[in-house]
Design a protein around this ligand. Structure first.
Ligand SMILES: [Zn+2]
Length: 287
Protein backbone atom coordinates (compact mmCIF):
# COMPACT_ATOMS: atom_id res chain seq x y z
CA UNK A 1 0.00 0.00 0.00
CA UNK A 2 1.40 3.39 -0.88
CA UNK A 3 0.83 6.57 1.04
CA UNK A 4 0.70 9.47 -1.36
CA UNK A 5 4.04 8.96 -3.07
CA UNK A 6 5.97 8.69 0.16
CA UNK A 7 8.79 6.63 -1.21
CA UNK A 8 12.01 6.95 0.68
CA UNK A 9 15.39 6.78 -0.94
CA UNK A 10 18.12 5.05 1.02
CA UNK A 11 20.30 7.77 2.42
CA UNK A 12 23.03 6.31 4.51
CA UNK A 13 25.83 8.48 5.79
CA UNK A 14 24.65 11.67 4.11
CA UNK A 15 26.15 14.78 5.60
CA UNK A 16 24.12 17.53 7.20
CA UNK A 17 22.49 19.26 4.28
CA UNK A 18 22.61 22.99 5.02
CA UNK A 19 25.88 24.81 5.32
CA UNK A 20 24.64 28.26 6.26
CA UNK A 21 27.22 29.84 4.00
CA UNK A 22 26.71 31.75 0.76
CA UNK A 23 27.68 29.34 -1.98
CA UNK A 24 26.55 28.21 -5.40
CA UNK A 25 25.91 24.53 -5.86
CA UNK A 26 28.47 23.16 -8.30
CA UNK A 27 27.37 22.43 -11.84
CA UNK A 28 24.15 24.40 -11.71
CA UNK A 29 25.39 27.52 -13.43
CA UNK A 30 25.17 29.73 -10.37
CA UNK A 31 21.56 30.83 -10.92
CA UNK A 32 20.19 32.86 -8.10
CA UNK A 33 17.78 30.21 -6.84
CA UNK A 34 20.68 27.87 -6.25
CA UNK A 35 22.21 30.02 -3.54
CA UNK A 36 21.89 29.25 0.15
CA UNK A 37 21.58 32.47 2.14
CA UNK A 38 23.72 33.24 5.14
CA UNK A 39 20.56 33.83 7.20
CA UNK A 40 19.55 30.19 7.22
CA UNK A 41 20.49 28.32 10.37
CA UNK A 42 22.48 25.11 10.20
CA UNK A 43 20.16 22.11 9.95
CA UNK A 44 20.53 18.58 11.35
CA UNK A 45 20.31 15.48 9.17
CA UNK A 46 16.75 14.93 7.96
CA UNK A 47 14.33 12.47 9.54
CA UNK A 48 11.91 10.35 7.50
CA UNK A 49 9.24 10.22 10.21
CA UNK A 50 8.39 12.27 13.30
CA UNK A 51 5.84 10.96 15.83
CA UNK A 52 4.40 13.61 18.17
CA UNK A 53 2.94 12.97 21.63
CA UNK A 54 1.78 15.19 24.48
CA UNK A 55 3.85 13.33 27.10
CA UNK A 56 6.80 10.95 27.11
CA UNK A 57 5.19 7.48 26.84
CA UNK A 58 2.23 8.47 24.55
CA UNK A 59 4.11 7.56 21.38
CA UNK A 60 5.46 4.32 22.83
CA UNK A 61 1.99 3.18 23.92
CA UNK A 62 0.32 3.96 20.60
CA UNK A 63 2.90 3.40 17.86
CA UNK A 64 6.04 2.01 19.52
CA UNK A 65 5.84 -1.16 17.43
CA UNK A 66 5.44 0.70 14.15
CA UNK A 67 8.35 3.03 14.93
CA UNK A 68 10.63 0.13 15.90
CA UNK A 69 9.65 -1.61 12.67
CA UNK A 70 10.41 1.52 10.63
CA UNK A 71 13.85 1.80 12.24
CA UNK A 72 14.55 -1.85 11.36
CA UNK A 73 13.70 -1.03 7.75
CA UNK A 74 16.38 1.64 7.68
CA UNK A 75 14.24 4.74 8.16
CA UNK A 76 15.34 7.66 10.32
CA UNK A 77 12.70 8.20 12.98
CA UNK A 78 12.20 10.91 15.62
CA UNK A 79 9.86 11.39 18.59
CA UNK A 80 8.73 14.81 19.80
CA UNK A 81 7.07 15.14 23.22
CA UNK A 82 5.34 18.50 23.55
CA UNK A 83 5.77 18.48 27.37
CA UNK A 84 7.96 16.61 29.86
CA UNK A 85 4.81 14.99 31.27
CA UNK A 86 5.54 16.11 34.82
CA UNK A 87 4.38 16.29 37.53
CA UNK A 88 2.84 12.84 37.91
CA UNK A 89 1.89 11.09 41.17
CA UNK A 90 4.76 8.59 41.43
CA UNK A 91 7.62 10.33 39.64
CA UNK A 92 10.27 12.12 41.74
CA UNK A 93 10.58 14.80 39.03
CA UNK A 94 11.17 15.71 35.39
CA UNK A 95 14.81 14.54 35.37
CA UNK A 96 13.76 10.96 36.10
CA UNK A 97 10.97 11.09 33.47
CA UNK A 98 13.38 12.50 30.87
CA UNK A 99 15.85 9.72 31.64
CA UNK A 100 13.05 7.19 31.13
CA UNK A 101 12.18 8.87 27.82
CA UNK A 102 15.78 8.67 26.63
CA UNK A 103 15.99 4.99 27.59
CA UNK A 104 12.68 4.18 25.88
CA UNK A 105 13.91 5.88 22.69
CA UNK A 106 17.00 3.73 22.86
CA UNK A 107 14.91 0.56 23.20
CA UNK A 108 12.94 1.50 20.07
CA UNK A 109 16.12 2.52 18.25
CA UNK A 110 14.86 5.93 17.09
CA UNK A 111 17.53 8.43 16.09
CA UNK A 112 16.14 11.60 17.67
CA UNK A 113 13.95 12.46 20.65
CA UNK A 114 13.10 16.05 21.53
CA UNK A 115 11.06 17.12 24.54
CA UNK A 116 9.66 20.63 24.19
CA UNK A 117 9.17 22.94 27.18
CA UNK A 118 5.39 23.37 26.87
CA UNK A 119 3.51 22.89 30.18
CA UNK A 120 2.07 19.52 31.16
CA UNK A 121 -1.57 19.57 32.36
CA UNK A 122 -1.89 23.10 30.95
CA UNK A 123 -1.20 22.34 27.30
CA UNK A 124 -3.43 24.35 24.99
CA UNK A 125 -3.56 24.67 21.24
CA UNK A 126 -2.28 28.19 20.66
CA UNK A 127 -0.20 30.17 18.24
CA UNK A 128 3.13 29.87 20.12
CA UNK A 129 2.61 26.14 20.62
CA UNK A 130 1.99 25.62 16.90
CA UNK A 131 5.09 27.62 16.00
CA UNK A 132 7.24 25.68 18.48
CA UNK A 133 6.33 22.35 16.87
CA UNK A 134 6.47 23.64 13.29
CA UNK A 135 10.05 24.78 13.95
CA UNK A 136 10.95 21.18 14.79
CA UNK A 137 9.38 20.04 11.50
CA UNK A 138 11.29 22.71 9.56
CA UNK A 139 14.56 21.65 11.17
CA UNK A 140 14.20 17.90 10.62
CA UNK A 141 12.12 18.06 7.40
CA UNK A 142 10.25 14.72 7.82
CA UNK A 143 8.24 13.16 4.99
CA UNK A 144 5.70 11.76 7.43
CA UNK A 145 4.28 13.13 10.69
CA UNK A 146 2.27 10.98 13.12
CA UNK A 147 0.02 12.64 15.70
CA UNK A 148 -2.73 11.79 18.19
CA UNK A 149 -6.06 11.04 16.50
CA UNK A 150 -8.76 12.15 18.85
CA UNK A 151 -9.93 13.07 22.34
CA UNK A 152 -9.08 10.67 25.16
CA UNK A 153 -12.01 10.88 27.59
CA UNK A 154 -11.11 10.14 31.24
CA UNK A 155 -7.41 10.62 30.41
CA UNK A 156 -5.35 13.81 30.04
CA UNK A 157 -7.01 16.59 28.01
CA UNK A 158 -3.48 17.47 26.82
CA UNK A 159 -3.85 14.69 24.22
CA UNK A 160 -6.62 16.46 22.32
CA UNK A 161 -4.72 19.75 22.48
CA UNK A 162 -1.61 17.97 21.15
CA UNK A 163 -3.67 16.57 18.29
CA UNK A 164 -4.75 20.05 17.23
CA UNK A 165 -1.28 21.54 17.69
CA UNK A 166 0.17 18.80 15.48
CA UNK A 167 -2.41 19.30 12.73
CA UNK A 168 -1.70 23.04 12.70
CA UNK A 169 2.08 22.65 12.83
CA UNK A 170 2.03 20.37 9.78
CA UNK A 171 0.37 23.24 7.90
CA UNK A 172 2.54 26.00 9.40
CA UNK A 173 5.67 24.12 8.39
CA UNK A 174 5.06 24.88 4.74
CA UNK A 175 3.90 28.51 4.94
CA UNK A 176 6.04 31.04 3.11
CA UNK A 177 6.48 34.74 3.98
CA UNK A 178 6.58 34.01 7.72
CA UNK A 179 10.32 33.47 8.05
CA UNK A 180 10.72 35.84 11.00
CA UNK A 181 8.46 33.63 13.11
CA UNK A 182 10.58 30.57 12.39
CA UNK A 183 14.11 31.90 12.97
CA UNK A 184 14.54 31.81 9.18
CA UNK A 185 14.22 28.04 9.08
CA UNK A 186 13.34 27.01 5.52
CA UNK A 187 9.74 26.10 4.71
CA UNK A 188 9.07 22.38 4.53
CA UNK A 189 6.09 20.56 3.00
CA UNK A 190 5.25 17.30 4.80
CA UNK A 191 4.16 14.58 2.36
CA UNK A 192 1.93 12.49 4.60
CA UNK A 193 0.19 12.89 7.95
CA UNK A 194 -1.00 9.94 10.00
CA UNK A 195 -3.18 9.92 13.14
CA UNK A 196 -2.84 7.31 15.85
CA UNK A 197 -5.58 6.47 18.39
CA UNK A 198 -4.54 6.83 22.03
CA UNK A 199 -7.89 6.35 23.74
CA UNK A 200 -7.77 2.63 24.53
CA UNK A 201 -10.71 2.67 26.87
CA UNK A 202 -13.49 2.88 24.35
CA UNK A 203 -14.37 0.97 21.23
CA UNK A 204 -15.18 3.90 18.97
CA UNK A 205 -13.12 4.31 15.83
CA UNK A 206 -11.73 7.74 14.96
CA UNK A 207 -12.71 9.30 11.65
CA UNK A 208 -10.17 9.76 8.90
CA UNK A 209 -9.22 9.20 5.31
CA UNK A 210 -8.44 5.54 5.76
CA UNK A 211 -7.77 3.20 8.66
CA UNK A 212 -5.19 0.51 8.31
CA UNK A 213 -3.28 -1.91 10.50
CA UNK A 214 0.48 -1.65 10.80
CA UNK A 215 2.13 -5.06 11.23
CA UNK A 216 4.09 -5.11 14.50
CA UNK A 217 4.39 -8.91 14.82
CA UNK A 218 8.17 -8.63 15.13
CA UNK A 219 8.26 -5.53 17.32
CA UNK A 220 5.43 -5.96 19.86
CA UNK A 221 7.94 -7.18 22.47
CA UNK A 222 10.20 -4.17 21.84
CA UNK A 223 7.20 -1.87 22.15
CA UNK A 224 6.13 -3.36 25.49
CA UNK A 225 9.71 -3.14 26.75
CA UNK A 226 9.86 0.55 25.79
CA UNK A 227 6.68 1.20 27.83
CA UNK A 228 8.02 -0.76 30.82
CA UNK A 229 10.98 1.64 30.88
CA UNK A 230 8.59 4.23 32.38
CA UNK A 231 8.72 2.79 35.88
CA UNK A 232 7.37 6.02 37.38
CA UNK A 233 4.24 5.74 35.24
CA UNK A 234 3.61 2.01 35.21
CA UNK A 235 4.43 0.37 38.57
CA UNK A 236 3.31 -3.25 39.20
CA UNK A 237 -0.09 -1.97 40.33
CA UNK A 238 -0.72 -0.76 36.78
CA UNK A 239 -0.04 -4.10 35.14
CA UNK A 240 -3.46 -3.85 33.47
CA UNK A 241 -2.04 -1.19 31.11
CA UNK A 242 0.23 -3.81 29.55
CA UNK A 243 -2.63 -6.28 29.29
CA UNK A 244 -4.76 -3.60 27.66
CA UNK A 245 -2.11 -2.53 25.15
CA UNK A 246 -1.02 -6.07 24.28
CA UNK A 247 -4.53 -7.47 23.93
CA UNK A 248 -5.60 -4.58 21.69
CA UNK A 249 -2.49 -4.95 19.54
CA UNK A 250 -3.10 -8.71 19.28
CA UNK A 251 -6.74 -8.19 18.30
CA UNK A 252 -5.93 -5.51 15.73
CA UNK A 253 -3.15 -7.64 14.28
CA UNK A 254 -5.28 -10.77 13.97
CA UNK A 255 -7.98 -8.85 12.11
CA UNK A 256 -5.41 -8.08 9.40
CA UNK A 257 -3.70 -11.48 9.38
CA UNK A 258 -0.73 -10.50 11.59
CA UNK A 259 0.32 -11.65 15.04
CA UNK A 260 0.08 -8.06 16.31
CA UNK A 261 -0.80 -4.69 14.87
CA UNK A 262 -1.35 -1.00 15.55
CA UNK A 263 -4.22 0.93 13.99
CA UNK A 264 -3.23 4.04 12.08
CA UNK A 265 -5.39 6.51 10.20
CA UNK A 266 -4.29 8.29 7.07
CA UNK A 267 -5.57 11.86 6.93
CA UNK A 268 -6.13 11.39 3.19
CA UNK A 269 -7.65 8.48 1.26
CA UNK A 270 -5.30 5.56 0.78
CA UNK A 271 -4.55 4.43 -2.76
CA UNK A 272 -3.38 1.04 -3.90
CA UNK A 273 -1.54 0.77 -7.21
CA UNK A 274 -1.32 -3.02 -7.30
CA UNK A 275 -4.56 -4.36 -5.76
CA UNK A 276 -3.78 -8.06 -6.25
CA UNK A 277 -0.14 -7.78 -5.29
CA UNK A 278 -0.92 -5.76 -2.17
CA UNK A 279 -3.82 -7.86 -0.93
CA UNK A 280 -2.41 -11.24 -1.88
CA UNK A 281 1.05 -10.68 -0.54
CA UNK A 282 2.75 -10.48 -3.93
CA UNK A 283 1.78 -14.04 -4.93
CA UNK A 284 0.64 -13.48 -8.52
CA UNK A 285 0.30 -17.15 -9.56
CA UNK A 286 -2.90 -19.20 -9.39
CA UNK A 287 -1.14 -22.55 -8.93
ZN1 LIG B 1 -0.23 11.17 27.70
Amino acid sequence: MTLGGCRVKKRQGLPVSASGTLQARPGLGGQRENYVTTDQPELPETLDVIAVGAHPDDVEIAVGGTLASMVRRGLRVGIVDLTDGEPTPLSPGPEVRLEEARNAAEVLGVQVRETLALPNRRLFDGFEERIALAKVFRRYRPKMVMGIADKTPMASPDHWQASQITDAAVFYSRLTKWDELFENLPVHRITSQIWYPLGFQNLSLPEGGGRFISDISDTLDVKLESIRVYKTQFPPTKQRVFELVESQNRLLGVTAGFKAGEMLISTSALGIRDVFGTLCGGDQSSS
